[in-house]
Design a protein around this ligand. Structure first.
Ligand code: TXA
Ligand code: MG
Length: 326
């Protein structure tokens, strides 16, 4: 059994001390960030990071994000150019990850960066994540706290479902607010969108004053730049059918705005009855998990607009629907 600490009864700072102690001792601690729950290890401890990959069942070529409490701390890990500084000042703390060249003497273990000469860094806004980072005083590497390939966790109960007994501690800070992972921008050259996420593309482009490059248009790239962008990901057990405008027999329904006619209430969840993409992002992973638990063979998903957080929502749904490895 993994130990659970809840910030419903103790302040974040109080929960942070045992969490930091556990990390220093090489333990694995799940904690809330504003995007999804992360599974943290001490970023300087190769052995703890090896345990983390093992607990998640994650291919170890897939590098991890280093979480830091402040820009100053992040500058000890990565080299910030003007563009990176602009983005950091505009969006941190918050749901944005920057991929940057490693700083000389970067303390993050090679195992976490998968031997790359770049490192992904992020300053989370969640008070519990902040408190643990401050208490630890070292980078925390943290992927989403789910079994590799499964739906990301937005509550402590989701973490427990996927990882109970495989990790040491879960800090329960209640449901997260954003609901999709951070946006990842590659910033070692011209800025490129590596993964759509909780910071909408348009907001980033407004700060930069230029459009973000697209992954597909980088000349000569033959392997994914964010290697974690495996085609099948975020997958529930049920099949996922996108763009549904009618419902087949035995399908559960993931609705957006007004639900399709013929939907069975016990097998229908609505991302946002009022058509709000921020609300839809917050509900996405929880609703996918809950519909999976109805035992339906398939989940039909209504069309969702692609602007704002819709880009990240559609990205996650496309991967949930992708052919699964045999
Ligand atoms: O919101 C989030 O970003 C959450 C919370 C916990 O912070 N974390 C998260 O981590 O989503 P994860 O491991 O599920 O996704 C990290 C992504 C992967 O796609 C990985 O390949 C990419 O970041 N990544 C990490 N380091 C990279 C690097 N040096 N270059 C390119 N991509 C990198
Ligand atoms: Mg993940």
């Amino acid at each position: 059994m993994s130990l659970i600490l809840t910030t419903k009864t103790v302040p974040a700072a109080t929960a942070a001390r045992p969490a930091a102690d556990c990390l220093v001792a090489g333990g694995l601690v799940a904690f809330p960030t504003e995007t999804v729950y992360g599974l943290g290890a001490d970023g300087t401890n190769g052995k703890a990071i090896a345990r983390l990959y093992e607990a998640k069942g994650r291919p170890s070529f897939n590098p991890l994000i280093a979480h830091l409490p402040t820009l100053e701390a992040a500058q000890r890990v990565a080299i910030f150019n003007e563009t990176a500084l602009k983005l950091a000042r505009a969006f941190w703390p918050g749901p944005l990850t920057l991929v940057l060249p490693k700083a000389p003497g970067c303390p993050v273990s090679e195992l976490a960066t998968a031997g790359l000469d770049t490192v992904a860094v992020r300053i989370p806004a969640h008070p519990v994540a902040q408190a643990i980072l401050q208490a630890l005083g070292r980078p925390i590497v943290a992927p989403s706290a789910n079994r590799s390939g499964h739906v990301s966790p937005t509550t402590a109960a989701h973490v427990l479902h996927d990882l109970d007994g495989r990790i040491d501690l879960i800090v329960d800070g209640g449901p997260v607010s954003v609901g999709v992972e951070s946006t990842i921008v590659g910033c070692s050259g011209a800025p490129v969108l590596l993964r759509p996420g909780g910071t909408p593309r348009a907001d980033i482009e407004a700060v930069l004053g230029v459009p973000l490059g697209r992954l597909e248009t980088i000349p000569g790239h033959d392997s994914p730049l964010a290697p974690g962008m495996l085609e099948s990901h975020y997958a529930p057990a049920a099949a996922v059918r996108l763009g549904a405008t009618a419902l087949n027999a035995d399908e559960a329904l993931l609705a957006f705005c007004e639900a399709l006619p013929g939907a069975r209430p016990e097998r229908t969840l609505n991302l946002s009855p009022r058509g709000d993409l921020i609300e839809a992002a917050a509900n996405l992973f929880g609703h996918l998990r809950a519909l999976d638990e109805t035992g339906a063979q398939a989940i039909a998903v209504m069309p969702i607009p692609t602007h704002g957080l819709g880009e990240a929502i559609n990205d996650r749904l496309r991967r949930a629907a992708a052919d699964r490895p045999a």
